[in-house]
Design a protein around this ligand. Structure first.
Ligand SMILES: Cc1cc2nc3c(=O)[nH]c(=O)nc-3n(C[C@H](O)[C@H](O)[C@H](O)COP(=O)(O)OP(=O)(O)OC[C@H]3O[C@@H](n4cnc5c(N)ncnc54)[C@H](O)[C@@H]3O)c2cc1C
Length: 299
C-alpha cells in the first residue's frame, strides 16, 4: 500500500518508499521515512517544493549528527541533499561559498588550503553546512554567526530566497528561519598562512579526541548548556555518568553525550535522556533542554 495517498510531483531525482534512515544518522537507530527524496539539483528541489501537496510534511536531514529519529519513522517526505549540493569554492581572498551538503570538515580544509583562517572550528563538527546553519553550530568559542555572510534557501513555495545575518537571527545553537531548505552559504574568514591554519585545526581535533566519544554512535551534545551552567557538569553531579537504559548509555568520557552501545532503539535513547533530565531537575532544580532534534513517530 502506498504510504502517501496523493501523487507526488514528477521529479528527476529519486523517491524511495519506506526508506530506512537508521544508517543515515549517527545514532544508528530509528525508523524509516515514508518517502525519501534525493533531488538531482536546485531546479529539481524547487520544482518539488512548488508542486507538492500543500499539507505534505517535509523534513530535512543532513548527516544526522544532531538528530534522533524515533522508531516509528518519519511521516511524509524526508529530503537528503546528495553530493551535487556539496561544492566548495573560494570567492576572492577571504570568502568561501559552500553547498549545504558539504561536510563542515571539508569546508574547513578547503578554507585552510585557500589561506582563509577563522573557519578552523568547522573541522571538528561532524555535520553538513545545512545542519550547521540550522543549529548555529560552533565550538571552542566560535560559531556560524561569526563567519556568516549570506545563505540561499528554497522556501515552501519552491522559490529561491537569500538570507542575511539579520534574517538568520542566530543565537546559541539556534537560527530563526523555519521551513526553509538551505542550499548554500557564503562565509568570511581572514587571510592567513595555510600551515598556521592547519596547525590550529589539528590542535582542535586533538582536544576533541581527548574529550569526546567521537568514534561512538552518538548525537553529540544532548542538551544545551543552561544559562550559567554546563550541562555535562549538572549531569555528572546528578550521578548520571555511565547511566544506562538498554543499550543506550550516558558516555563515561563526556556525560552530555548519549551513546548507542549496540542495538539501542531510539526509544531507549530518548528514555535515557528523559531520565537524565529528571535526575538533574531533582538534584539541581535546573531543567535541561534537548539540543538534539527528536523527530518522527514513536513505535
Ligand atoms: C561526535 C559529535 C560531536 C559534535 N560536536 C559538535 C560541536 O562541537 N558543536 C556543535 O554545534 N555541534 C556538534 N555536534 C552536533 C552536530 O554535528 C551539529 O549540530 C551539526 O551542525 C548537525 O549537522 P547535520 O548535517 O548532521 O544535521 P542533522 O543532524 O541531519 O540535522 C540537524 C537539523 O538541521 C536541519 N537541516 C539539516 N540540513 C538542512 C538543510 N539543508 N536545510 C535546512 N535544514 C537542514 C535538520 O532538519 C535538523 O533540524 C556534534 C555531533 C556529534 C555526533
Amino acid at each position: 500500500m502506498a504510504l502517501i495517498d496523493r501523487p507526488l510531483p514528477k521529479v528527476r531525482g529519486a523517491y524511495a518508499e519506506n526508506a530506512p534512515l537508521k544508517d543515515l544518522v549517527w545514532y544508528r537507530a530509528g525508523g524509516a521515512a515514508d518517502i525519501l527524496f534525493r533531488p538531482v539539483d536546485v531546479e529539481d528541489l524547487c520544482a518539488f517544493m512548488a508542486s507538492k501537496p500543500a499539507d505534505l510534511l517535509v523534513t530535512m536531514i543532513g548527516v544526522g549528527s544532531n538528530m534522533l529519529i524515533r522508531d516509528g519513522g518519519i511521516a511524509g517526505v524526508v529530503i537528503r541533499l546528495p553530493a551535487a549540493f556539496g561544492k566548495v569554492d573560494r570567492i576572492g581572498d577571504t570568502r568561501i561559498r559552500a553547498g549545504a551538503a558539504a561536510l563542515d570538515a571539508a569546508v574547513a580544509r578547503a578554507a585552510a588550503d585557500a589561506g582563509i583562517g577563522g573557519l578552523e572550528f568547522l573541522r571538528g563538527i561532524p555535520g553538513t553546512i545545512g545542519g550547521a546553519l540550522r543549529m548555529n553550530a560552533g565550538c571552542y568559542g566560535r560559531e556560524m554567526k561569526d563567519i556568516f555572510i549570506e545563505a540561499r534557501a528554497v522556501n515552501g513555495k519552491g522559490q529561491l530566497v537569500t538570507l542575511t545575518p539579520a534574517d538568520m537571527a542566530f543565537r546559541y545553537r539556534h537560527s530563526a528561519p523555519e521551513g526553509l531548505i538551505y542550499i548554500d552559504a557564503v562565509f568570511e574568514g581572514v587571510a592567513d598562512a595555510p600551515d598556521a591554519i592547519r596547525a590550529r585545526m589539528e590542535s582542535l581535533v586533538a582536544q576533541r579526541e581527548a574529550a569526546q566519544p567521537i568514534r561512538s554512535k552518538t548525537g553529540g551534545s544532548t542538551f544545551t548548556n543552561p544559562p550559567g551552567h554546563k550541562a555535562w557538569q549538572l549531569i555528572d553531579e546528578a550521578g548520571c555518568r555511565g547511566l544506562a537504559h538498554g543499550a543506550a548509555q550516558v558516555s563515561e568520557k563526556h556525560c552530555n553525550f548519549l551513546i548507542n552501545n549496540g542495538d539501542a532503539t531510539a526509544a531507549d535513547i530518548e528514555a535515557l535522556g528523559e531520565e537524565v533530565r529528571a535526575r538533574v531537575k531533582a538534584k539541581s532544580g535546573v531543567q535541561l533542554e534537548w539540543e538534539i532534534k527528536r523527530l518522527g513517530r514513536p513505535q
